[in-house]
Design a binder for this molecule. Structure first.
Ligand code: NDP
Length: 322
């Protein structure tokens, strides 16, 4: 590893709405933030077509454009945006301690505060036809993209609370929703199960999986397979929603930061504080419940305010000691 090292006040990991909002606030508070974009600069929104539910855009805005604008807003106040991926961390246990983050296995950044906004990634089935049609009718977010399928027939994969909630949402907009559940029962809570069962335009297919998504440029249909009988069936659909869970991007924090059984970072009360002083978490990496751009942005703002207050506290403690 090279010896390149630098010391900064605030390091932000991740460039989705949480990271950029944290950067806007931190930069305006003179914390001179440096943001490392991660593998997917702009985050999950760069894979969305149109964002119609972020307040302030009455005509909607496409995801990539919105992220470029957020970056420009952060840069306007002096944020330094760098391409790079955090590959290791060493967080201090001491209030006022220095945290060390390794970038791309080659450079070390020492920071007084770290804001983690590394997000979560939607899980996909991994079928070639599914991957080819992502953005062409295959989506992992019904709340983001469901509206484009108004009045049409769609399908959703998954049997958990997310799938049940999204199926009910789609049922309000779409003509018919076929729900593919790989087991013989739903994993979703009883209340959610009752809701999907009660909606007449949701057709639940148990023991059923996706064999192939049909269509070259856009989704035109779905070949389903019954995993008990092997029987296949084609249906005509224009949208396929994958709701089989998300994976928070927290692997490098294991053993240092408190996380729940599924890997989401745990924050203290209503704050963005993690269990390490000076390390904060915002956005989807600490939120498996709401997962919206606007809620991520909100917690990004909170993380920057928490970091600013923490630095002030550390400064006054040091003054008392001197
Ligand atoms: P879950 O892990 O709970 O459910 C995932 C679902 O996808 C399961 O039915 C699982 O099947 C299925 N699945 C996984 N992999 C595949 C695959 N390769 N092919 C087909 N099906 C697959 O994820 P959720 O996102 O639904 O929920 C995450 C957490 O968030 C849960 O704790 C949930 O309760 C919570 N949540 C709560 C909400 C609420 O309270 N309003 C709303 C949304 C989420 P199988 O059952 O066979 O494993």
């Amino acid at each position: 590893m090279s010896e390149t090292k630098e010391r900064i006040k605030t390091l932000i990991l991740g460039s989705g709405p949480a990271g950029y909002t944290a950067a806007i606030y931190a930069a305006r508070a003179d914390l001179h933030p440096v943001i490392y974009t991660g593998m997917e600069p702009g985050g999950q929104l760069t894979t969305t077509t149109e964002v119609e539910n972020f307040p302030g855009y009455p005509e909607g805005i496409d995801g990539p454009t919105m992220m470029v604008q957020l970056q420009q807003q952060a840069e306007r106040f002096g944020t330094e945006v760098r391409i790079g991926m955090a590959t290791a961390v060493q967080f201090s246990d001491e209030p006022g301690g220095i945290h060390t983050v390794t970038i791309d296995d080659s450079k070390q950044v020492e920071a007084e505060t770290v804001i983690i906004s590394t997000g979560a990634s939607a899980k996909y089935l991994g079928l070639p036809s599914e991957q080819r049609l992502r953005g062409g009718g295959v989506s992992a977010c019904a709340v983001c993209d469901g509206f484009f399928y108004k009045g049409q027939e769609v399908a959703i994969v998954g049997g958990g609370d997310t799938a049940a909630e999204e199926a009910s949402y789609l049922a309000k907009i779409c003509k018919k929703v076929t729900m593919l559940v790989r087991k013989g029962h739903l994993r979703a809570s009883k209340a959610m199960q009752n809701r999907v069962m009660s909606l007449p335009n949701i057709d639940i297919r148990f023991n059923t999986e996706v064999d192939e998504v049909l269509g070259q440029q856009v989704v035109e249909g779905l070949r389903m397979v019954n995993n008990q009988t092997g029987e296949k069936e084609d249906i005509a659909i224009t949208g396929l929603f994958i709701a089989i869970g998300h994976k928070p991007n927290t692997d490098i924090f294991k053993g240092q930061l408190d996380m729940d059984a599924t890997g989401y970072l745990i924050t203290e009360g209503k704050s963005t504080k993690t269990n390490k002083p000076g390390v904060f978490a915002s956005g989807d990496v600490q939120d498996k419940e709401y997962r919206q751009a606007v809620t991520a942005a909100g917690t990004g703002c909170m993380a920057a305010l928490d970091a600013e207050r923490y630095l002030q506290e550390v400064e006054s403690l040091q003054e008392e000691v001197e």
